[in-house]
Design a protein. Structure first.
Lengths: 433, 194
């Protein structure tokens, strides 16, 4: 494997910590080096649109802060001590022990320590998440799987299914920069057709939502990072799933997604038709207004994009199919699974095919984004310099993001496309020729 | 405007400043600049001020496109000859539309001609795009010189490649009635004369 310079995908530990911290009432207990949780705060939170770390996260994350003596003599006792102290000072519905690199290298039995606390009446779970285990997406998957395992112990056969309940997987908190806004927008869209979204992370989500996972009628997976979970849930509870692989952005993609959902579970046809029609009217109205700037300022541009598959694909499709921009190079920074030729799967109906490359190496990404001098570069804050060097407009959309603030903004769903159009239009009119 | 236009202008300036050899060297350096870009027989409608519009028309022909129609803001003694020369040079048969603004007339004509791309100015482009024709505001772009010519051709191609945008938002077409769009565009003039 060739070395990567300035990877824009955090490690498995950071992915797991961010996921656990994004669930209300769930308390992470970090068993890792002093500094690991802090790094998560600096990267996944602050260098990701300045997002907050939640009630129990960031500098408040309970951590064993493993140092040399715990490597030499083992750190299990330190973890035991930390768990005991944590349950005394932080109220929680679930304590999730997350073990990082060094405890796993020296063979600490972190799971046993997590189990121990159960005997004292505190619910606990354990996530094996050494950074070397994979990317933040691997960590996200491990965290989800561990908590699903925990909540499944409360599930008794036969499972009482809740009609219309849809779990959403595939967007990793702390790594996918717009995870919270995207989940909110998609949840609203599912609500508009009478379904009950279960986004699991972010605003209003708690352990209670996770306990409902087995009752869902459908699992929706919006990236390559949730398929394993969906397959497991299918095996354990018989829940069908839809794999999207990318974010549905704009009225057309969202209407199609809901139409696909209606092929799997019952969706009130009248609500579905009304919701799609209203979304189309709404989008037409505002896109019609956006057209004034689009044509007067000449937004018809070539763009290159770098980002994780769910976003890079979703955004490229929206820009090419709806806004009429021309994709030049698509750099995918995670490692998604494609069945066929990636470009055919990403943009099947397009005359001028873009180049699709998989890379998480800064130097290579910089060269790819600059290739052919596109007028617009969409990527992370790391790519601003590349954009400036060729006089291209630049917009930060993917981790790390240090030049804009993200609160609840999202690009997914019926109305997310308008947010994207607004941001891209702003970037283009600020372009320094 | 355009490759030939730029060379012609450089030679004219050089002739008056005695720098012919420098100009020829510069022109030679840019020979073939336009060979990498092509409009691939696209039909282009041009609307704007007379001189830049005719320059753009030259560029369209140079880049392998055709001019489908022309709307100029004014015609007078100073420009009539230039317009006539362009008609002869390019062998145009279409009638010339003169109208400062008068977008309803342009849309009537465009509706018949169905060009691939419309090149126009601020504001007009939006209304034309709403009728489903890819439109480009050339007045917001650099027009003069070799590099600008390359960029203009690329931008016209991008407007065409991105026609998904206009096709999807035709619902917001300019509010001209079907009955107007099938009338003679000079119908109102006749009414006034009558």
């Amino acid at each position: 494997m060739k070395p990567r310079e300035t990877s824009r995908t955090q490690c498995a530990f950071q992915g797991a910590l961010a996921a656990v911290s994004a669930i209300g009432g769930v308390v992470p207990v970090v068993h890792a080096n002093a500094g690991c949780a802090l790094q998560g705060y600096f990267a996944g939170n602050l260098a990701n649109g300045g997002q907050g770390a939640g009630r129990i996260g960031g500098l408040g994350t309970p951590s064993t802060n493993v140092v040399e003596k715990h490597i030499v003599f083992g750190g299990s006792a330190r973890l035991r001590e930390q768990i005991k102290n944590t349950v005394k000072v932080i109220d929680g519905q679930l304590y999730v022990v997350i073990s990082g690199c060094t405890p796993n290298l020296v063979g600490d039995d972190s799971k046993a320590m997590a189990d121990e606390i159960k005997d004292q009446g505190f619910p606990s779970a354990y996530v094996f998440a050494p950074g070397f285990h994979g990317s933040a997406y691997t960590g996200y998957q491990s965290a989800v799987k561990s908590i699903v395992d925990h909540v499944s112990t409360f599930t008794h056969s036969p499972i009482k299914q809740t009609k219309g309940l849809v779990n959403i997987f595939g967007l990793a908190p702390g790594q996918d920069s717009f995870w919270q806004g995207d989940l909110l927008q998609l949840s609203n869209d599912l609500l508009s057709v009478g379904l009950t979204p279960n986004p699991l992370f972010g605003y209003g989500q708690s352990l209670q939502n996770w306990k409902q996972i087995p009752e869902a009628e459908l699992n929706l997976v919006l990236s390559s990072w949730g398929i394993d979970i969906a397959e497991e849930l299918n095996e354990r509870f018989g829940t069908p799933y839809i794999r999207r692989g990318y974010l549905p952005i704009g009225a057309e993609e969202t209407a199609q997604l809901i139409a696909d959902i209606s092929q799997k579970i019952f969706v009130n046809e009248e609500l579905r038709a009304n919701s799609a029609a209203e979304a189309e009217r709404y989008n037409e109205h505002f896109v019609g207004q956006f057209a004034e700037a689009y044509f007067n300022f000449g937004f018809q541009s070539e763009f290159s994009i770098a980002g994780p598959s769910s976003q890079a694909i979703g955004i490229s499709r929206f820009l090419a199919y709806t806004l009429g921009l021309t994709p030049k190079t698509i750099v995918i920074t995670d490692e998604p699974v494609f069945k066929g030729e990636p470009v055919e799967e990403i943009l099947p109906h397009i005359e001028v095919k873009p180049e699709v490359v998989f890379s998480d190496d800064r130097q290579e990404i910089t060269a790819l984004l600059k290739k052919g001098s596109p007028e617009l570069i969409l990527g992370s804050s790391l790519d601003k310099e590349a954009a400036d060097s060729i006089g291209a407009a630049h917009l930060s959309l993917s981790f790390p993001i240090s030049d804009r603030i993200i609160i609840n903004r999202g690009y997914a769903g019926y109305h997310g496309g308008l947010n994207l159009a607004e941001d891209i239009g702003s970037a283009l009119i600020n372009r320094k020729h | 405007v355009g490759f030939e236009g730029t060379s012609r202008w450089l030679r004219a300036v050089a002739a008056r400043t005695g720098r012919q050899s420098e100009a020829e060297a510069f022109i030679k350096l840019h020979e073939g600049t336009g060979s990498g870009v092509s409009l691939n027989d696209k039909k282009i409608y041009i609307s704007g001020e007379t001189i830049p519009a005719l320059g753009l028309a030259d560029l369209v022909h140079e880049a392998g496109g055709t001019v489908a129609g022309l709307s100029l803001s004014t015609i007078d003694q100073n420009t009539a000859n230039t317009i006539e020369e362009s008609y002869k040079k390019h062998g145009w048969k279409f009638p010339l539309h003169i109208g400062d603004g008068q977008l309803f007339e342009q849309l009537n004509i465009i509706n018949r001609l169905k060009p691939d791309v419309y090149l126009g100015e601020w504001g007009q482009v939006v209304q034309v795009a709403r009728s489903g024709i890819p439109a480009l505001n050339f007045s917001a772009l650099p027009l003069y010189g070799y590099d600008a010519a390359v960029r203009l051709v690329a931008k016209i191609n991008r407007a065409w490649n991105g026609r998904a945008f206009v096709e999807k938002h035709r619902a917001f077409a300019a509010p001209y009635s079907e009955s107007w769009l099938i009338k003679n565009p000079n119908w109102y003039i006749k009414q006034e004369v009558g």
